[in-house]
Write a protein that binds this ligand. Structure first.
Ligand SMILES: [Zn+2]
Length: 288
């Protein structure tokens, strides 16, 4: 049984005040084999406490910074809780020169990047869109997203990018053609497995994760098992856990074990694939 587990997809939504509870939850997960958890923290220097919820589902219970500027708390939680948390910067609300801002965040200890493609109101998480929220054009928004991909590729950083392969397949293809070396995880099986297959078949640096998919996988385990077996080196373990209740990830560990994958495939899913995707992000933080 795999004793090394890396969760590539968790969220912050809490503050440094919760450090003792976060530590306790992470200890339980460590007992089950968790070694690392990539935690996505948002940055917001521009939007007010109302507008900020244009781009984040309101159903999420936020126990952290009311403006969802989570960067400082997340870095502090990572420092206080030992080597488990790998902080990723969530760029959805980022405003300003992309390269300058990201260099600053990486210099402070962030290990990877998170984005989400919100070009219009037809996105799969039912939130608003970035162009309207910031009063910019679609072209300006796309330029920002291109700069995020360019930065990830140039700095050898893992990029977790939420994007619906069914609706935005053309844009996804254009991004991957422009940045063939970027290691990108399009989570949740690219939202639609049949559309997403084409990307896994064509682009060797594309990964996915099973975060947030637990009810679906439990409903039709065989079809997900087949998918994982068909792409044994692409699917990563992920949970969508919120950091104030990290032990919720235990259910995901249990669910994967219930799939009864061949031992070697289970090990790839739990740690081999996450390690290939994360690359240097698993090592020491970049010098400031
Ligand atoms: Zn997520």
């Amino acid at each position: 049984m795999t004793r090394d587990i890396i969760d590539v997809h968790a969220h912050c939504f809490t503050s440094r005040r919760a450090a003792p509870a976060v530590s306790c939850g992470l200890d339980k997960l460590r007992g089950e084999g968790l070694r690392h958890m990539a935690v996505l923290g948002m940055v917001n220097t521009h939007l007010d406490s109302e507008t900020i919820w244009n781009l984040t589902p309101r159903a999420v219970e936020n126990r952290g910074d009311p403006l969802l500027h989570e960067a400082d708390d997340l870095l502090e939680l990572a420092r206080l809780t030992g080597p488990v948390i790998l902080p990723f910067v969530d760029t959805r609300h980022m405003w300003g020169d992309v390269a300058t801002l990201l260099l600053g965040y990486i210099g402070r200890g962030f290990r990877g990047l998170k984005g989400i493609y919100l070009a219009d109101n037809e996105n799969d998480i039912g939130v608003g869109n970035v162009p309207d929220t910031f009063g910019i054009t679609l072209e300006q928004y796309q330029r920002r997203e291109w700069e995020i991909f360019a930065f990830a590729e140039a700095h050898d950083l893992p990029l977790l990018y939420h994007m619906d392969a069914r609706r935005y397949g053309d844009v996804m293809r254009a991004m991957l053609d422009d940045f063939p070396r970027v290691r990108v995880n399009f989570p949740h099986f690219g939202i639609g497995r049949s559309a997403f297959r084409n990307f896994l078949d064509r682009y060797p640096n594309v990964y996915t994760d099973l975060a947030g998919m637990l009810p679906h996988i439990r409903r039709t385990p065989d079809s997900y098992r087949d998918f994982i077996l068909h792409y044994p080196d692409r699917v990563c373990f992920g949970t969508d856990t919120l950091l104030y209740a990290p032990e919720a990830a235990l259910d995901y560990i249990r669910m994967v074990r219930e799939l009864k994958l061949p031992e070697e495939i289970e090990a790839r899913l739990f740690s081999g694939n996450p390690a290939s995707y994360l690359g240097r992000a698993l090592g020491a933080p970049a010098p400031a």
